[in-house]
Design a protein around this ligand. Structure first.
Ligand SMILES: Cc1cc2nc3c(=O)[nH]c(=O)nc-3n(C[C@H](O)[C@H](O)[C@H](O)COP(=O)(O)O)c2cc1C
Length: 493
């Protein structure tokens, strides 16, 4: 098994040609190059609802950047259940349709070839009523089990008292276990309905979020779904744990055109004891492929307990840190699945932060498409400006290599730790019993604030101290200015 690494540089022009090459998906749709702007909740606006001015400008900048595909951040299918107070939501209302249509037309007008996919999500038990204010504080999240997210770092006791405090402050009640089949079917309908609205609005496809400990991932995981109940209308051959995902993917297939790209995001591992492991994830991926209902599968990993997908190490510049987060899984998975267009394209996201590594990941078939997250918040036109730019040499075509001013301080003050590395082990040198979710949150918020700046027509600010970002972007632009303006606009709908 070869794990692609930046220490094995190929010829830079060959690398560019490979990354710039087109890829045909199973449904015949062509992705113009191998670069995918990864799904990132934009952090713009409060209280749910469809995209607004900041999103339009941000997506215009990405569309102008030469991405083969742009994946939206979370678009929640139930406005009561948000992962963050800034999340977008989608309903079949005319107002939502109009806003999502506007966003798609902005992207397609700037670059008709770039594909725009909507990530449709439900955070399940990870939705905090206290942070999102989208339902009463005592109204529980919903899940296949009755539980509170374990944010102690995977059940090993890390985080201790601090994680107990954070956990109970964010989730004052345990989640409510869904017992009724009708409620599961309602969730299926909402996912399918969201994809239908996306297609009507002119989006090129939808990605069903079934990773990161969200509701669909909770249904797949033995840790959160101890006694999966069979759902009606599913062929007997489908394992019960996959019933929910099957119904959603079948519903989307049956209610959208074949040209509408269907994608799913799945964890290679939850990185917590008792959660989904790599063997189970491999089986799930093979089963999903056998249904022939998806054109793209994205591989990620981790949950709120251990947000492996947010490893800050991968932003570092040292060659040893430059590695893709989940390539060890995909390099052993891909030889057993047909290449696109016979099989779905595999997106690998996390830590793919230099041209050589991106090219070797495609060449060694660790993936067909490469997802890039955090660096896309800093340089929205990364593909054209750096990765595919032949005047930039391979050694300079690095996308990470920056640090967040004030991050270590805030991590310590808030009791955070670094999330798991790609091997799934906690970084003991820095964690010291802190909470990985808080450590990941410090970095995620800072990157959201950069997207907010771009949404206001500015550039990212590498020098933005975390506290300044909090005060300017969160307190002023989102709460003090943004909330009254948001309410005023809502009142005029
Ligand atoms: C600000 C921010 C928001 C994110 N929001 C989402 C999201 O809405 N959905 C999702 O699946 N992943 C989300 N992620 C994870 C990214 O898609 C990606 O997996 C992660 O950043 C690792 O890729 P990178 O190393 O290139 O940044 C988010 C990450 C960041 C930094």
């Amino acid at each position: 098994m070869t794990i692609p690494s930046a220490s094995n540089p190929g010829d830079s022009n060959d690398d560019i040609d490979l990354i710039a090459s087109r890829l045909t998906l199973p449904n015949g749709v062509v992705v113009p190059n191998r670069l995918v702007k990864a799904a990132m909740a934009e952090g713009i606006g409060l209280g749910g609802g469809p995209p607004r001015a900041g999103h339009f400008e941000l997506y215009r900048r990405w569309a102008n950047g030469g991405w083969g595909m742009i994946l939206s951040g979370n678009v929640q299918i139930d406005p009561r259940h948000l992962a963050s107070p800034h999340d977008l939501t989608i309903t079949p209302s005319a107002f939502d349709l109009k806003a999502y249509t506007k966003l798609a037309s902005i992207v397609h007008k700037v670059d008709p070839d770039t594909l725009l996919l909507m990530q449709i999500s439900h955070p399940g038990l990870q939705s905090s009523s206290m942070i999102n204010l989208s339902r009463w504080p005592w109204e529980p999240a919903i899940a296949p089990c009755e539980a509170r997210p374990d944010i102690s770092g995977g059940g090993d006791g890390g985080g201790g008292f601090m994680s107990w405090i954070w956990g109970h402050a964010m989730w004052p009640t345990k989640s409510r276990k869904i017992h009724k089949v009708e409620e599961w079917l309602d969730i299926v309908e909402r996912f399918v309905g969201a994809a239908v609205v996306a297609e009507k609005a002119g989006w090129d496809g939808a990605q069903v979020h079934s990773a990161h400990g969200y509701l669909l991932a909770e249904y797949l995981s033995p840790l959160t779904n101890h006694d999966p109940a069979p759902l009606p209308g599913v062929p007997e051959i489908v394992p019960i744990r996959l019933h929910l995902l099957y119904l959603i993917l079948r519903g989307i297939r049956d209610n959208t055109n074949s040209s509408f790209v269907k994608a799913v995001k799945i964890n290679c591992s939850d990185f917590v004891q008792g959660g989904l492991d790599e063997n189970q994830a491999t089986e799930i991926v093979h089963t999903v492929i056998s249904w022939q209902m998806v054109d793209i599968i994205e591989i990620s990993g981790g949950t709120y307990a251990q947000p492996a997908f947010a490893s800050p190490e991968s932003l570092k510049k040292t060659p040893s840190a430059r590695q893709s987060l989940f390539a060890h899984f995909t390099t052993s998975l891909l030889p057993s699945i047909p290449s696109p267009p016979e099989g779905p394209a595999i997106i690998l996201t996390g830590g793919l932060h230099d041209r050589t590594l991106i090219a070797s990941s495609i060449r060694d078939r660790a993936c067909d498409l490469t997802g890039i997250g955090r660096p896309a918040c800093m340089i929205p036109d990364l593909p054209d400006r750096i990765i595919l730019n032949p005047t930039i040499q391979a050694k300079d075509a690095e996308l990470g290599g920056y640090s967040i001013p004030g991050r270590e301080f805030m991590k310590t003050v808030l009791g955070g730790a670094n999330p798991a590395s790609n091997s799934g082990t906690k970084d003991r040198s820095t964690s010291k019993g802190g909470i990985p979710l808080v450590g990941a949150g410090v970095s995620t918020l800072w990157h959201e604030w950069q997207m907010c700046r771009i949404g206001r027509g500015l550039n990212a600010d590498y020098g933005m101290h975390w506290l300044r970002g909090f005060l300017v972007e969160e307190v002023w632009w989102e709460v003090l200015y943004g909330l009254p303006v948001g309410w005023w606009n809502k009142g005029r709908r």
